[in-house]
Design a protein around this ligand. Structure first.
Ligand code: APR
Length: 301
């Protein structure tokens, strides 16, 4: 089986190959999947690293860390979430090189769509247009009354949060919750629609700064065509990119742990650059010869 594939795929693509193809403008539909790792350099902790957010919640008396983003827990006890919101609220953070690299892809008209799990709106702050952004887990940008569903803007809830008060609806006195997707809530309609449009058309998938453990987002990587290379830039490899895992799921007939399909081809099209996001991005910019354009964009920070 693997000899057959080795003949079919003469050699796995390398990081250098991807950059050469980018440099020669061979990719026209780059889809990005990103997570908290890209904002760590901006000063926002990620969730699951040793010093991540889920390890900083002892004083919140939670039954378990993710409860802070659980909708049923929130409806019973909204305080912990709003207390955390003070630390995460947009406005005090500057986007990173990685966010500005997305801006460069947008400028070069090869960015098809960014699917972000982040709620910090830093993609928008870096100049990514609405049409190129799917905020799969929502964001602080808007808010909704949990009782009467009245819509609010970011500026309505901000004063409450910074005065340690629960934002209350002007209509019905219900709690006004930021439009962040909590565990137990469904992902935005835009996510469900755009994923079916953009992933089949992707000619390069860039997965960056995510542990790829949260559904339905993480299984998006299987939605690209078999010929679409998948480049991971992350501090650590993740299960869905690990060839051992692919082989494992192949042995189990493709339904490896986590109930998703893989086949050996994945090993030939999965490229991993393991390290800091901003370092991986800088390396890409250097190998693509895009330094001047990138530096111009960085100057606008
Ligand atoms: N450079 C590269 N990788 C990094 C960096 C960095 N500076 N900092 C962290 N990472 C990596 C971590 O090693 C980890 O693999 O980024 C990944 C972050 O993973 P998580 O903390 O699990 O964050 P994320 O994948 O975005 O979580 C997904 O979980 O709690 C929910 O809704 C929340 O959107 C979030 C979702």
């Amino acid at each position: 089986e693997s000899e057959r594939l080795a003949k079919k795929n003469p050699s796995p693509l390398s990081f250098q190959d991807i950059c050469n193809k980018l440099k020669n403008n061979e990719f026209k539909n780059v889809v990005v999947m990103c997570g908290a790792g890209i904002s760590v350099a901006a000063g926002i902790p990620d969730f699951r690293s040793a010093n991540g957010l889920y390890k900083q919640l002892d004083g919140y008396e939670l039954p378990y860390p993710e409860a802070i983003f659980d909708i049923s827990y929130f409806k019973d006890k909204p305080h912990p979430f709003f207390r955390l919101s003070k630390k995460l609220f947009p406005g005090n953070f500057v986007p990173t090189k990685t966010h500005y690299f997305f801006r460069l892809l947008q400028k070069k008209r090869i960015l098809r769509m960014i699917f972000t799990q982040n709620i910090d709106t830093l993609e928008r702050v870096a100049g990514i247009k609405d049409q190129y952004l799917v905020e799969a887990h929502g964001s602080f940008g808007k808010a909704t009354c949990v009782k009467c569903k009245k819509k609010y803007g970011q500026n309505f809830i901000k004063p409450f949060i910074f005065k340690d008060q629960i934002p209350k609806c002007v209509n019905c006195d219900g709690v006004v919750k930021p439009d962040i997707v909590f565990f137990g809530e469904s992902v935005p309609k835009r996510f469900r629609i755009q994923k079916n449009i953009d992933f089949p058309k992707a000619d390069l998938l860039l997965v960056i700064g995510t542990s790829l453990v949260v559904q339905p987002f993480c299984s998006l990587i299987e939605e690209v065509s078999p010929s679409c290379p998948r480049l991971l830039i992350n501090r650590e490899t993740v299960r869905r990119f690990s060839s051992e895992f692919n082989i494992f799921s192949q042995i189990l007939g493709g339904e490896g742990g986590g109930g998703f399909k893989f086949d050996l081809e994945d090993n030939y099209r999965d490229i991993k650059w393991i390290g800091e996001c901003d370092d991986g991005i800088q390396k890409m910019v250097d190998l693509c010869g895009w330094n001047q354009e990138f530096d111009e964009i960085l100057k606008e920070r």
